[in-house]
Design a protein around this ligand. Structure first.
Ligand code: ADP
Ligand code: MG
Length: 572
């Protein structure tokens, strides 16, 4: 390995030469306390910035094994270090000057969720931090003294301040780890008590605005209805009280604008842990839960949606259903089936984003249109057997229809942001009306069993994919979509995907899978599972077998990997 002094000398020698001379810097350099890796050098000052890494060895980083041995603590600590590192380095972006992206310093920006990221990984106590830096130039002429500022002043300062335990505030580190332990304890207690979600009293659920995920100021804090109040004993905070939602079918009703969707959104995002100060630190949902919605226009490839849709007018096969342009109801049916195949134990549904005909069919309609000519078996007819036979829970926001009262295990009402348990009142109403309502009388015609049939393979293949230099080209357009070859994958309606870098991870997951699926049909679910196991054991960086990680990625769930592959229009 070369020394920092050698790098300094090389920088001096390439000053004012033409840009490609920067390529010679690729390699590793021993700095005091860490190794600087210049992993990839950009082609010109306007291209994607160069990739640089910092490796701090265990002894120097100084974190104790109990801070990182468990995965959830490792994730919380890495997240914390990355935030610190970013805060000290982002101030320096474009302080070094030049053309194009000269002087850019890009460190991943973390949102409210705590996610494992390739930008900062702790493996066995050794720390690796990855970032991008725009190597400075004037026009295409190297300006190496400006790069020297970044590599010899800004970066060492940020590393020293934020990546060495001895220079961090011990209290702050402890608080991060304690929160992570408490959140983990809630997850484990939920499992033990057969609950699917917990919302601590005092939680702040609404966000500042549609564009800010920070907590709303002066929000009405969450208070559990007495009947659902549960006490959890957490290792650090001690006894915490809040609403425990048991497995089963839970309905959330109430007038418009009373906070129903806000509660559901908090539950959707509760599959991830949140940082201190977020307001949702102790809003925890079992982590396989999937938000289900209608998604007109999505593509569906070889999905058995027959438990919900059968006998379509054009005799289209719904046991092996394929379309490039799904309707509201077929898209929602596919979303349910795919989520369950991806291992979801809980479905979260908001009527605001549902296809009504997928959810219910009222009595009068049943009388007028005979069940025999109606292709849709509404969700309401299958929800009970999903739970009773397969333990699938549902949390459903329904403000406008009482149809689900009859199948719900409990009913919550949102009233001016207060949560009330109205299950008893609903029961009484139903008893009074017994015999009068027939909305839930119809029988479901097709069993949900096929959804859970593990022997049923999902054989798909990918046709020819456009390549450049034998590589499938990926281009990301933001949080909501990316292109792969000539296809665009739209993920805007995959609502639990929260971070730009998660989309990046999905793009490269799909690339890996598409390479395997090109040409011959294979069991897609099995391939996804294999990839998922690989990510779990070897991390996101393993998506790149080469020597460095060219993009920044954040952790995704198996459910989102499935969701992404399922929306790929290249599947045949
Ligand atoms: P609904 O789904 O019942 O129509 P929403 O959940 O969309 O209602 O909430 C309506 C508005 O109220 C939103 O702007 C939301 O930010 C705000 N809101 C939700 N919960 C609270 C709360 N606990 N305190 C203050 N404002 C809230
Ligand atoms: Mg709503």
């Amino acid at each position: 390995m070369k020394s920092a002094t050698e790098l300094d000398r090389m920088l001096e020698s390439i000053h004012r030469r033409s840009y490609p001379a920067y390529k010679d810097l690729r390699g590793e350099y021993q700095f005091p306390g860490y190794v600087l890796g210049i992993d990839h050098v950009q082609g010109d000052p306007f291209a994607a910035p160069s990739r640089v890494s910092v490796r701090v060895a265990k002894a120097q980083a100084g974190f104790a094994p109990e801070m990182y041995e468990k995965e959830f603590k490792r994730t919380a600590l890495s997240d914390f270090l990355l935030r610190k590192f970013g805060a000290s380095l982002n101030a320096y972006t474009f302080q070094a000057k030049g053309s194009g992206k000269s002087g850019l310093i890009g460190v991943s920006r973390c949102g409210q969720e705590v996610l494992a990221r390739t930008a900062c990984e702790l493996a066995d106590g050794n720390l690796i931090v990855r970032m991008e830096i725009g190597f400075p130039a004037n026009g295409r002429t190297i300006n190496s003294p400006e790069l020297r500022k970044i590599l010899f002043e800004y970066l060492p300062e940020a590393v020293k301040k934020s990546l060495y335990y001895k220079n961090l505030k011990a209290d702050e580190v402890r608080a991060v780890l304690e929160l992570a332990e408490d959140q983990q304890a809630v997850r484990e207690l939920l499992r033990e008590r057969k609950m699917i979600a917990f919302v601590a009293n005092g939680s702040v659920l609404p966000r500042q605005s549609g564009v800010s995920q920070k907590p709303m100021k002066n929000a009405v804090p969450f208070v559990s209805p007495a009947s659902m109040e549960t006490e959890l004993k957490l290792p650090h905070r001690g006894a915490v009280r809040g609403m425990g939602i048991p497995a089963g079918i839970t309905l959330i009703v109430g007038g418009g604008y009373h906070g129903k969707s806000t509660l559901l959104a908090a539950l959707e995002q509760g599959v991830y842990n949140h940082v201190a100060g977020d307001g949702r630190e102790l809003v925890i949902t079992e982590d396989t839960a999937v938000k289900i919605r209608a998604e007109d226009g999505r593509a569906i490839t070889h999905v058995n949606i027959s438990p919900f849709i059968s006998d379509l007018p054009n005799r289209k096969d719904t046991v092996d259903f394929t379309t490039e342009d799904a309707s509201g109801s077929t898209s929602q049916a596919a979303n349910v089936v795919e989520a369950l195949r991806a291992g979801a134990q809980t479905l979260l549904i908001d009527e605001d984003t549902c296809a009504t005909n997928f959810m219910v069919r009222d009595e009068l309609m049943q009388e007028v249109v005979s069940p025999d000519s109606e292709p849709i078996t509404p969700f309401i007819l299958q929800a009970r057997s999903l739970y009773e036979k397969y333990g699938i829970s549902v949390i459903l926001v329904a403000g406008s229809s009482g149809a689900y009262f009859g199948i719900a295990d409990r009913v919550l009402q949102m009233d001016n942001y207060k949560t009330l348990d109205i299950s008893q009142r609903v029961r009484e109403c139903l008893e009074k009306r017994a015999g009068k309502s027939g909305a839930e009388k119809a029988e479901s015609r097709v069993s949900v069993d096929v959804i859970f049939d593990r022997s049923a393979k999902r054989l798909v293949r990918v046709g020819h994919i456009d390549k450049r230099h034998d590589e499938i080209k990926i281009k990301q357009h933001g949080r909501d979509s990316f292109s792969i070859g000539k296809d665009t994958v739209e993920l805007g309606d995959v609502e639990q995907l929260l971070d730009f870098e998660q989309t990046t991870a999905l793009a490269y997951c799909l690339k890996t899978l598409a390479e395997q699926l090109e040409g011959r049909p294979q069991d897609m679910e099995q391939l996804v599972e294999r990839l998922w196991q690989q990510l779990k054991t070897r991390g996101l960086a393993s998506l790149f077998p080469g020597s460095y990680v060219p993009v920044s990625m954040a952790w995704v769930r198996r459910q989102e990997i499935h969701a992404c592959v399922n929306r790929y229009r290249g599947l045949l």
